[in-house]
Design a protein around this ligand. Sequence first.
Ligand SMILES: *[C@@H]1O[C@H](CO)[C@@H](O)[C@H](O)[C@H]1NC(C)=O
Ligand SMILES: *[C@@H]1O[C@H](CO)[C@@H](O)[C@H](O)[C@H]1NC(C)=O
Length: 134
Amino acid sequence: MSVRGILGAFIIVFSEGLILQGPSGPLHGKLGGVLQLPCSVMHPVALDELEVEWRRVDSKALVHLFQGGERRPESQSYEYRDRAHFFTTAEIAKGNYSLLLYNVTVDDAGSYICSVFTKQDSSEMTVEVETVGE
Ligand SMILES: *[C@@H]1O[C@H](CO)[C@@H](O)[C@H](O)[C@H]1NC(C)=O
Ligand SMILES: *[C@@H]1O[C@H](CO)[C@@H](O)[C@H](O)[C@H]1NC(C)=O
């Protein structure tokens, strides 16, 4: 294979690099506590071409959205308004799309999908949440 052919092969591999990383098992949220819902990529995406959407699987409620280089709290479903937050923009720029969920309630138990879209690619991952009493 020529040098050019080898380079071409590497470029193909890296363009398919939108691999989401999350927890290996269900998360246990303490009622009234704060829970981190992890979702991240190894190779960060430019913020202006990034969209991250967190949704509940059952109700399809929008937990949080990052789009057009900004957080979109106005589009959050009322159950999650003021309770679900991304980390800092610096963390999002590093590929850390995790959410912090405050004041965990029994209704927060369930499956959540973290979906990530770029210009060329998209990927999604499911995170399970179980709640536990104090
Ligand atoms: C969490 O609940 C407490 C008590 O109900 C309330 O004062 C506080 O504002 C809530 N925090 C968030 C982030 O919702
Ligand atoms: C995301 O950022 C938070 C806050 O800095 C940190 O606790 C967490 O470990 C980070 N997650 C990843 C996957 O880098």
